[in-house]
Design a protein around this ligand. Structure first.
Ligand code: 2AM
Length: 474
């Protein structure tokens, strides 16, 4: 007899879906699963005997196996597949049933689906899920968006399956509509930044003649300190990995062409739309783009000259400097990402709790890190904090590390080593802390060619002036 009162249903048995199902089932919930290709469902259920799993061959069977209100999570490919599956589900669901999209959907798609399903009397949650395969199985960070009343219904399941840090589940109600998927998008943008910053540290160490094992040891040591994070930890392990075929460090054999699935680019587009500077994430996305142009780079490498790299380092001193450059740049990257979230929160009236978001990112997700506690503390001290860099802890940190940071960027520039994310972060820091920027000249230029007018430092704000500039004779 198929079940009729399972607690939870999941559609889409790719890697994330399978692992989430095993996670939910392991917390004592009865789970129904469905996949477009039925062989995948059958094979998955057969591989996991002894779990409270029901593999439905058809969608009607799947829906009939669930207790009301039904809780159906979609883990299908982001984009049109989500709409296709919703269309198929609609005739089978009843008012009050809950559809959760756990994929990496664009938040504007989530807003559209929220309005669509709500209009039909259904309830919709757009939930960002981060943690990769292992996170999905053992406990991801979950960023659910939707009505608070629907969150209340889903809360026991989400809190049971989420990662825990100090006993606190890494899930919180993010806000209405698309807020959850939006915050997941920013998480991914920040992840791009973190990864690129680590790669720039690696580039410097490589140029300074460190072996892969030496670098692995450095990252391992960093992982025991303030920089402790999942990405630093896996970097240490990746650098230590030897190729089974050749015995060489595996990283040396991996092609330097980075892939990307689009969430970083979405973050850039959103920042541009809202006139928020996220130059570190921008640099990280663009670094991936340039890396992918391998053939052009190889051709250009024989044409365009740079200096002969000569770092002649005192290795321990370089490690200390790069540590600080990485930490300071990371703080800037988070300050930018948080600034973008704050801006969107105001614009969309999402009332995002930035401290709580940093708290749920401490576990499960790819950017999980010790220093996120400090961000939570900063917002606890000042919920209206305008920029993370101005919180006392981070202000002191930046003031303390800036000399090392500058030394690293200067060293890289002198040696022709591209450090786009380190230098973009530093330029942001220097611009942000400048009481006066050269934009006075820029305003003069604008007024010169376009009569755009300017304000004066010696006159009240809001008074606009125009000058009759001399004629240009060419
Ligand atoms: P499949 O095994 O039948 O390909 C990730 O691609 C997951 O999304 C897979 O479980 C895949 O099912 C599912 N998926 C992709 N496109 C889909 C669609 N149009 N309808 C239903 N499921 C889809």
């Amino acid at each position: 007899m198929p079940p009729s009162n399972n607690d939870f249903g999941l559609i889409g048995l790719a890697v994330m879906g399978q692992n989430l199902v095993l996670n939910v089932a392991s917390r004592g919930f009865g789970v129904s699963v469905y996949n477009r290709t039925p062989e995948v469902t059958a094979a998955f259920v057969a591989r996991h005997p002894g779990q409270r799993l029901f593999g439905a061959a058809t969608l009607p069977e799947f829906v009939a196996s669930l207790a009301r209100p039904r809780k159906v999570m979609l883990m299908v490919k982001a984009g049109s597949a989500v709409d296709a599956v919703i269309e198929q589900l609609l005739p089978l669901l009843e008012p009050g049933d809950i559809v959760i999209d756990g994929g990496n959907s664009l938040y504007t798609d989530t807003e559209r689906r929220d309005a669509w399903l709500t209009g039909l009397g259904l309830r919709f949650i757009g939930a960002g899920v981060s943690g990769g395969e292992e996170g999905a199985r053992k406990g991801p960070a979950i960023m659910p968006g939707g009505p608070a009343s629907t969150w209340d219904v889903m809360r026991p399941v989400f809190e049971a399956i989420a990662a825990k840090v100090d006993g606190t589940p890494c899930v919180v109600h993010i806000g209405p509509g698309g807020a959850g998927h939006y915050v997941k998008m920013i998480h991914n943008g920040i992840e791009y930044g973190d990864m690129q910053l680590i790669c720039e540290a690696y580039a410097l160490f490589q140029a300074a003649g460190f072996s892969a094992d030496e670098m692995a040891a450095v990252f391992e040591q960093w992982n025991a300190g303030e920089l402790q994070s999942y990405l630093i930890q896996i970097t240490a392990k990746a650098l230590a990995q030897k190729d089974t075929e050749t015995g060489r460090p595996l990283v040396d054999l991996i092609l330097d062409k980075a892939g990307q699935k689009g969430t970083g680019q979405w973050t850039l587009l959103n920042a541009a739309e809202n006139a928020v500077v996220i130059s570190t994430i921008n640099a990280a996305v663009e670094a991936r783009v340039l890396s992918s142009q391998k053939a052009q780079r190889v051709a250009a490498s024989t044409q365009l000259h740079g200096p002969v790299a000569d770092l002649a380092p005192h290795k321990a001193a370089l490690v200390a400097q790069v540590h600080d450059a990485l930490y300071a740049s990371k703080v800037v990257s988070y300050a930018q990402g948080l600034d973008l979230m704050r801006t969107m929160s105001e614009k969309k009236q999402w009332a995002l709790d930035l401290g709580a978001i940093a708290r749920i990112w401490r576990g499960g997700c790819i950017i999980r890190a010790r220093f996120l506690n400090r961000i939570t503390e900063a917002y606890a001290q000042d919920p209206q904090l305008a920029n993370l860099m101005l919180a006392p802890f981070f202000r002191d940190l930046l003031n303390r590390t800036q000399l090392h940071w500058r030394a690293v960027v200067a060293l890289a520039v002198q040696n022709g080593i591209a450090v786009p994310a380190f230098s973009a972060s530093l330029a942001y820091y220097d611009s942000f802390r400048s009481a006066r920027l050269p934009a006075n000249l820029l305003q003069a230029q604008r007024d010169f060619f376009g009569a755009h007018t300017y304000e004066r430092i010696d006159k009240p704000a809001g008074q606009w002036f125009h000058t009759d500039w001399p004629e240009v004779i060419e």
